[in-house]
Design a binder for this molecule. Sequence first.
Ligand SMILES: [Cu+2]
Length: 132
Amino acid sequence: MFNRVVIVIIIILFAWVGYILYKNQEKLLTSEKKDDTTFVKEADVVVTMDEEGFNPSGIDIEVGQTVKWQNDGDTRYWPASNLHPTHEIYSEFDPHKPIGKGESWSFTFKEVGEWEYHNHLNPSTEGVVRVK
Ligand SMILES: [Cu+2]
């Protein structure tokens, strides 16, 4: 009886050690893979653009975060800082070209502030990015 218990404990120990070794190997493989790949964070927040306008039209982010404007509509959009048409309030916040159907544009906010913007191709469509 005692011998059986010892054998069962030894089997469990071997299984456990085997599992730990297997897990570590998996971790090693994963980290090697990460070393070969450059990970780029695409966006912290995605704003879609379509016939309804910017969605969501107001977002709160932290300084250094990236917003991606995704064109899900049927026409071209051009999100840009107020004031129209010069965009001088935050002049970097401007792709300087329209974003085509199915395309996107990302911008990383490096300035704290409440940045109102509009669709340069239809300035009555507005949005705001609050950067804290
Ligand atoms: Cu404009």
